[in-house]
Design a protein around this ligand. Structure first.
Ligand code: PLP
Ligand code: ZN
Length: 420
């Protein structure tokens, strides 16, 4: 049984048929997919979900895709792992990592949103799709569109990391570098979508795109044994993911799949682009746009489309938001890798550093079940670690040289770091 869904205005409630639209023509507020859960009640059960594929498509009947849609890419269903070593370092005894650094096929949580957006792009008859992107979305659109045989135009800020550009072009996508920041690129995409009748996943397909993020929330609840956590720590760019994890939890409660309980939401941003965390900290209910300047490019959206909604979710839940410097981001990346063997990109450095700070400031109690959302892979942002690991001298292939080398280096590393 497929779910019935339609678009509704988030503010005035005006209803729309399913169409490539993202803004209400009455009040210019964003549209959101409204899903009719009544149809799913009773038919979607823990068992029916468990019998589904080991991908985000095990929740297909809770996602806005056409009834007869047959997915081609097994995105999602990433590991939720306990993080005892990181926990020991930061004073957390019940910390989990939701590891979308290994999301398939392009190693970020953007594979989830693109999968849902492109299902709808095909249903709407678009033969060309695209996006404005800070990188991960570009990779995901290019890969998924290649598999679906769609033409692709991707617009990116001209200063994007080389790895993210290569990881887009390799799929045969048309990549256009725009001489401006993400917010410039995004504005241009709105105009292009109208003019060329293309499906832009985060512009005219945005309501459908956003629903894909719900699968992070569904998975966390199922992987915790059909329980909700006490806290979620989530990175924020446009502010959509954090609101959709919340929506997913609400739906699971409504469907009777998990017991209701309060979950606090904590938002994470880089100080160099922190419009949402600043609003939370100052008590503002509007967003003051910023000009981004941070190594966390995947979070560098100065005028976040869902910023006010993210602020609301955080505030109503009793959570908080924080932001960290570029130096702390690099430390966060290294700390997660050294303790749990998970190499995340800069966004994950943000989330890890902020998770640590929330425990240090007593905003999260050590015993509470807390999930830190790692959303992207470190192999895409190796530039951020440039200089951290200088090239080492080559050792001659003789035991005595190796012994000498070990002696020298143990001595050196003690001198440098004063630990171990
Ligand atoms: C896009 C992105 C986010 C944030 O997503 P929003 O829904 O725009 O807030 C977080 N982490 C990574 C790695 C991303 O690419
Ligand atoms: Zn409206």
């Amino acid at each position: 049984m497929a779910l019935a869904y339609e678009l509704r205005c988030r503010e005035c409630g005006k209803r729309y048929e399913n169409a490539p639209l993202s803004i209400c023509d009455e009040c210019f507020s964003p549209l959101e997919v409204f899903v009719d859960l009544d149809l799913a009640k009773g038919t979607v059960t823990r068992d029916s979900i468990a019998q589904g594929p080991t991908s985000m498509w095990r929740y297909q009947s809770l996602l806005p895709v056409p009834e007869d849609y047959v997915p081609t890419t097994p995105s999602g269903w990433t590991p939720l792992v306990k993080a005892p070593n990181l926990g020991a370092r930061i004073g957390a005894s019940n910390l989990y990592i939701k590891n979308d650094a290994v999301c398939m096929p392009t190693l970020s949580f953007k594979d989830r949103v693109v999968a849902v957006a492109l299902a709808n792009a095909q249903a709407f008859g678009f033969d060309t799709v695209g996006c404005s992107s800070t990188g991960n979305l570009a990779n995901a659109v290019a890969a998924h569109a290649a598999r679906l045989g769609l033409k692709t135009y991707i617009l990116v800020p001209s200063d994007l990391e080389a790895a993210k550009i290569l990881n887009t072009e390799v799929y045969g996508a048309n990549l256009v570098r725009i001489d401006g920041n993400y917010d410039h690129v995004n504005r241009l995409c709105s105009q292009i979508a109208d003019r060329f009748h293309w499906g832009f996943v985060n512009v005219n397909l945005r309501p459908y795109y956003a629903e894909g993020s719900k699968t992070v929330g569904y998975e966390i609840a199922e992987q915790l044994g059909w329980r909700l956590p006490d806290n979620i720590v989530c990175p924020m760019a446009g502010g959509s993911l954090i609101t959709k994890i919340k929506k997913a939890f609400r739906e699971l409660v409504e469907l009777g799949l998990v017991e209701d309980k309060p979950v606090r939401f904590f938002g994470a941003q880089a100080t160099g682009c922190s419009p949402i965390s600043v609003a939370v900290k100052t008590g503002a209910d509007h967003i003051d746009p910023q000009r981004p300047n941070t190594i966390a490019r995947s979070l560098a959206i100065g005028n976040p489309a869902d910023g006010v909604y993210a602020v609301r979710v955080i505030r109503q839940s009793g959570g908080w938001a924080e932001d960290v410097s570029d130096v702390e981001i690099v430390s966060g990346i290294r700390e997660l890798a050294e303790t749990e063997g998970i190499f995340t990109e800069t966004a994950g450095g943000v989330t890890t550093a902020i998770t640590a700070r929330l425990y240090a400031h007593g905003r999260i109690h050590p015993d509470e079940v807390t999930v830190s959302c790692i959303t992207g892979n470190g192999l895409k942002t190796t530039d951020a670690l440039a200089g951290c690991f200088p090239a080492k001298e080559a050792v001659r292939p003789r035991l005595v040289d190796f012994e000498e080398y070990i002696d020298r280096n143990q001595f050196a590393s003690e001198l440098v770091t004063g630990r171990k």
